[in-house]
Design a protein around this ligand. Structure first.
Ligand code: ADP
Length: 398
């Protein structure tokens, strides 16, 4: 079965076509600037040259039409016609508080995605347009939605209810929702397989560390706490997001006449690595400038590592111990000085890093010593594959 995985945003549509017989990627691409001047599609079928089609796409339906044209193109395509695309899996950032697992798309599911637009305005709105575009262009093809928040719906109330008046929870559904759930689910499962740990009897701390990042406590295969909250602003330090701050900071930021929206922009877009260093939101720039002696880049890096370490300590406490720690995403997979900085000083809790192993590169590798009571691994995340697996399972059971 060939499954198209679609990740639609407000003005973009990323996709991968996956052959589920051997879980290989047949083609992938991105339709960019949908509805904006200068739209283009970048497409590549595996083993073929990439193509760039610069063509106006005024909406998501036009984008998916163009994607279909390229996927079935005799020269650049991956399949001979659309009937060889058997199902579509959609990535949805926010499923609100009803979507606890992946589901086949129907009107109820779409209305829940719509309700959650308030928590993920840019993404959920775009994702709905993506679903409707696929329904227009591929009528009758089964569709599944996979929610980033679903994995975190197992977090108990004492960890997901905020300490503010209860009516905001009961009436407005203000609570911890978390994010990156599909990635945390994938890497925690792979981590258990890789180490030969029984997932149903394991305590894993999953560190998804990219431009945005979150740490999740995964006990017996279920999320029991996560660092992101109502929105992706809470938690660790990020590229341009502050992570945890005292809310009173907002009041101070607003003292020079900024609106609440401008103050939130400061926390979301001008903070984090960028805000502290004044150099960049990109970890590569932070590491290189810190190595050249830039004190604020070094401080940004120190805060970054310390925050992750603090969450690891907290989640070990939350789970009554930890068997394994897994690093993933752009920084988690690639930046050894961050992994080293995070794990430094955790020997007391049984984490022994092997500096040589930490220098490796690859999709899956162990970085702790053989005698380390807590195992530490790096696992390349693969959210698209997880979405395709869920889609296959649901469509096959229909
Ligand atoms: P997101 O998906 O949240 O936008 P990513 O997971 O792609 O982010 O991570 C982006 C971050 O990872 C950037 O800070 C970037 O510097 C870092 N990164 C990605 N690849 C590498 C690499 N090969 N070496 C060093 N840093 C990297």
């Amino acid at each position: 079965m060939n499954i198209l995985v679609v990740n639609a945003g407000s003005s973009s549509m990323k996709y991968q076509l996956i052959n589920m017989d051997d879980e290989t990627v047949m083609a992938k691409g991105n339709a960019e600037r949908i509805g904006i001047e200068g739209s283009k599609l970048v497409h590549r079928a595996t083993g073929k040259d990439p193509v760039e089609v610069v063509q106006p796409m005024s909406n998501h339906t036009e984008a998916i039409r163009l994607i279909m044209k390229e996927l079935t193109d005799p020269e650049h395509g991956a399949v001979s016609d659309m009937s060889q695309i058997h199902a579509v899996g959609h990535r949805i950032v926010h499923g609100g508080d009803k979507m606890t697992k992946s589901v086949i798309v129907d009107d109820y599911v779409k209305s829940e995605i719509e309700k959650a637009i308030a928590w993920a305005p840019l993404h959920n709105g775009g994702a709905l347009m993506g679903i409707e575009a696929c329904e227009n262009v591929m009528p009758g093809v089964p569709m599944v939605t996979v929610f980033d928040t679903a994995f975190h719906q197992t977090i108990p109330d004492y960890a997901h209810v905020y300490g503010i008046p209860y009516k905001y929870y009961a009436e407005n559904r203000i609570r911890r929702y978390g994010a990156h759930g599909t990635s945390h689910r994938y890497v925690s499962q792979r981590c258990a397989q890789f180490l030969g740990l029984p997932l149903e009897n394991s305590r894993i701390i999953s560190c998804h560390v990219g431009n945005g990042g979150s740490i999740t406590a995964v006990k017996n295969g279920q999320s029991v706490d996560t660092s992101m909250g109502l929105t992706p602003l809470e938690g660790i330090l990020m590229g341009s997001r502050s992570g945890d701050v005292d809310p009173t900071v907002v009041e101070f930021i607003m003292r020079d006449g900024k609106t609440i929206q401008e103050a939130m922009d400061v926390l979301n877009k001008q903070s984090g690595l960028l805000g502290v260093s004044g150099v960049s939101s990109d970890m590569r720039d932070i590491v290189s400038t810190a190595q050249q002696g830039n004190a604020r880049s070094q401080l940004a890096l120190n805060i970054f590592n310390y925050r992750i370490r603090k969450y690891i300590g907290a989640y070990a406490a939350a789970m009554g111990g930890v068997d394994a720690i897994v690093f993933t995403a752009g920084i988690g997979e690639n930046v050894q000085v961050v992994r080293e900085g995070v794990l430094q000083g955790l020997e007391w809790m049984g984490v022994k890093l092997d500096p040589e192993r930490n220098k490796q590169r690859g999709d899956e590798f162990l970085i702790s010593t053989d005698d380390s009571p807590v195992k530490v691994v790096v696992i390349a995340t693969n959210e698209e594959l997880m979405i395709a697996r869920d889609t296959l399972a649901l469509v096959s059971a229909q």
